[in-house]
Write a protein that binds this ligand. Structure first.
Ligand code: JD8
Length: 241
């Protein structure tokens, strides 16, 4: 998968050198280009913003650097036929879900346009058919962290990134259940014991306990997911009855 990011803060994406996404890069599973929007300006001050038409607070990102940056990124990388998907993180976008992560993981080229200030001139969004996407109902100061969230969720689904262990977890969320609690050694820590059933070696009992806990936690914390699960309990935690 090819991933291009346009931003005025390229160093935000230094974190892509570490952890899962870093490994996906070094193993060649993803190819990443981070582009500084200011490299597509032509004035001495490398200006990317201007005052809003119609007045009001804040600044708006100028269309010309965005036009040139997106053109450069789209000409530069032909990823064998499939159209690139252009994503513009925005509080006004459709709310990002695991289903969308799965769809993005099936694409061969993702381009993220990260806005700042009050946002980007609307004509850039219209002209390039950018897909506006929000990571949730809270206000960030720009699109960079949202792009990182979307990238992490999509890239970990690529074959070869996580290994088989996690595919069941992915399914459990698709099945609208939250995770059951996890424990590791020691069997007692600060006076707290691991539930006996997990030490019993009784696989069916362990699976039944995990399902019951996943259901209890979902019911208590997420009535919305619980309702969906009750309507169609599609995927149970790995090994459940
Ligand atoms: C992109 C600029 C800040 C947005 C004035 C200051 C996503 N879930 C999300 N919350 N916020 C964003 C987001 C915020 C952004 C930009 C994404 C570009 N801002 C602006 C409008 C109101 N503030 C987001 N995805």
């Amino acid at each position: 998968m090819r991933i291009d990011i346009v931003t005025i803060f390229p160093t935000f994406f230094d974190v892509l050198d570490i952890s899962l996404l870093g490994k996906a890069r070094t193993t060649g599973l993803i190819e990443l280009g981070v582009h500084d929007l200011r490299d597509f300006t032509h004035d001495r001050h490398r200006t990317v913003d201007d005052t809003p038409y119609g007045g009001g607070a804040g600044m708006v990102m100028k269309p010309e650097p965005w036009g040139e940056a997106l053109d450069a990124v789209l000409d530069g990388a032909s990823t064998g036929g499939a159209d690139p998907v252009l994503i513009f993180p925005s509080p006004a976008g459709e709310v990002f879900t695991q289903a969308m992560a799965r769809e993005l993981a099936a694409e061969s080229h993702l381009v993220f346009g990260c806005g700042r200030y009050e946002g980007i001139d609307q004509r850039v969004i219209d002209a390039n058919a950018l897909e506006e996407l929000s990571i949730g109902d809270y206000v960030l100061s720009g699109g960079e962290l949202a792009a990182l969230v979307v990238l992490d969720a999509a890239v970990r689904l690529l074959p070869g990134v996580m290994g088989a262990a996690d595919s069941a977890t992915e399914e459990s969320f698709a099945g609208h259940l939250l995770e059951y609690p996890h424990y590791t050694r020691p069997a007692e820590w600060q006076g707290r014991r691991v539930p006996d059933v997990l030490l019993s070696g009784h696989h069916a009992a362990v699976a039944a306990w995990r399902l019951a806990e996943a259901e209890r936690i979902t019911r208590e914390r997420r009535p919305d997911l619980w309702a969906t699960y009750r309507a169609a309990p599609v995927a149970r935690p790995a090994g459940s009855p």
